[in-house]
Design a protein around this ligand. Structure first.
Ligand SMILES: [Zn+2]
Length: 129
């Protein structure tokens, strides 16, 4: 039984469209799929905000080797798109000889984005219209 039979919001329809033609190796569970999509949106927001400030990507603590790896924006985005297609994140292809000052943590980027929106919101509140 398909619990979503007849439901126009059937999440499987999205996957079916995504996989049209080529069978995916192992599609992500729908909730994980949504989580990665959310991360991808965040990442593109961070890049939009931080790349013009000279930052080249994110520093990520690797659970495998307990070291910080530096990922350029495009590499991170490619990893996430790869993950959405059922692949594994290629964590051990970090940027070559990175300058740590060019990279920030995900949490820093998140805080920066939140602060940016807060200041936009308060500015909008002071000057309505
Ligand atoms: Zn690693």
């Amino acid at each position: 039984m398909d619990p979503f039979a007849g439901d126009p919001d059937d999440p499987a329809q999205e996957l079916a469209a995504f996989d049209a033609g080529t069978p995916a190796p192992a599609p992500l569970p729908v909730d994980e799929h949504a989580g990665v999509l959310g991360d991808l949106e965040d990442l593109m927001l961070f890049q939009t905000l931080l790349a013009p400030r000279g930052l080249r990507g994110l520093a990520v603590l690797c659970a495998d080797c307990d070291a910080v790896h530096y990922f350029a924006w495009d590499l991170l985005r490619g990893n996430m798109v790869h993950l959405l297609g059922g692949g594994q994140i290629r964590v051990h292809e970090p940027a070559y000889d990175p300058d740590p000052t060019d990279y920030v943590s995900w949490d820093y980027a998140r805080g920066y984005a939140d602060a940016t929106f807060e200041s936009l919101k308060s500015r909008g509140a002071e000057e309505p219209g």
